[in-house]
Design a protein around this ligand. Structure first.
Ligand SMILES: NC(=O)c1ccc[n+]([C@@H]2O[C@H](COP(=O)([O-])OP(=O)(O)OC[C@H]3O[C@@H](n4cnc5c(N)ncnc54)[C@H](OP(=O)(O)O)[C@@H]3O)[C@@H](O)[C@H]2O)c1
Length: 188
């Protein structure tokens, strides 16, 4: 498979990318990767899909959001996650679904705080919950057999690397569509 791996240089990306070595993987990041691009910019996403053709799968492990106590959060801080994690991934799907090969797949990223928030996580929870909802709804309308799923990991110290990799392989290689795959939720 030809896989566009966005965020390969990050904490989660570094756990997943080596497991994809049987595939042709093109890594993307703001500052690191085969291609450097800020994919929060719509024009950069269009450029990316124009530049790399015949993509079978897009994996996104990129995205920023703000963590702070609710009393210290303001609208701009909520907007960081909305723009840099939620809209970034929605736009990746909206643009990419025109270019992906038939029966291709998108695997987005959310996080446990979307379903099990703790104090100080409202900026993350809002965005992660929205990404999960987007995936469940949008997956039903993907064209040409393209599938859309999301990995929702717990914090990295609670993740079993094999479980994480297995989750990505399921998204790439099985027929699942519209699924939220929870990883590391059972650890405290
Ligand atoms: N780490 C965790 O414990 C954890 C748990 C649950 C969910 N998550 C979620 O998983 C995602 C990744 O987390 P992480 O800890 O791996 O983050 P990270 O270490 O900060 O890595 C993020 C990666 O994404 C790239 N990236 C970020 N914004 C980008 C943009 N606008 N355009 C292109 N590339 C961009 C970065 O590229 P550069 O380095 O080149 O800038 C980097 O390679 C986040 O959405 C996070 O909320 C993380």
């Amino acid at each position: 498979m030809k896989i566009l791996m966005i965020g390969a240089g990050g904490t989660i990306g570094k756990m997943v990318t080596p497991a994809l070595k049987g595939h042709e993987v093109i890594t993307v990041g703001r500052n690191t990767g085969d291609i450097t691009a800020d994919i929060s910019l719509e024009v950069a996403v269009d450029n990316l899909f124009n530049r790399v053709s015949n993509i079978d799968a897009v994996i996104c492990t990129a995205g920023d959001s703000v963590t702070d106590n609710l009393s210290k959060m303001n609208k701009d801080q909520f907007m960081v996650g909305i723009h840099q994690k939620l809209c970034l991934q929605i736009n990746l799907v909206l643009s990419g679904m025109k270019y992906l090969k038939d029966n291709g797949s998108f695997t987005l990223i959310s996080g446990k705080m979307g379903e099990f928030p703790v104090n100080g996580s409202s900026g993350k929870a809002l965005v992660n919950g929205a990404i999960n909802s987007f995936v469940m709804a949008a997956a039903q309308e993907m064209p040409r057999g393209i599938r859309l799923n999301v990995i929702s990991p717990s914090k990295v110290s609670d993740i079993d690397e094999n479980e994480l990799i297995e989750a990505y392989v399921r998204c790439l290689e099985t027929a699942i569509n519209g699924e939220i795959i929870r990883v590391g939720y059972n650890k405290q």
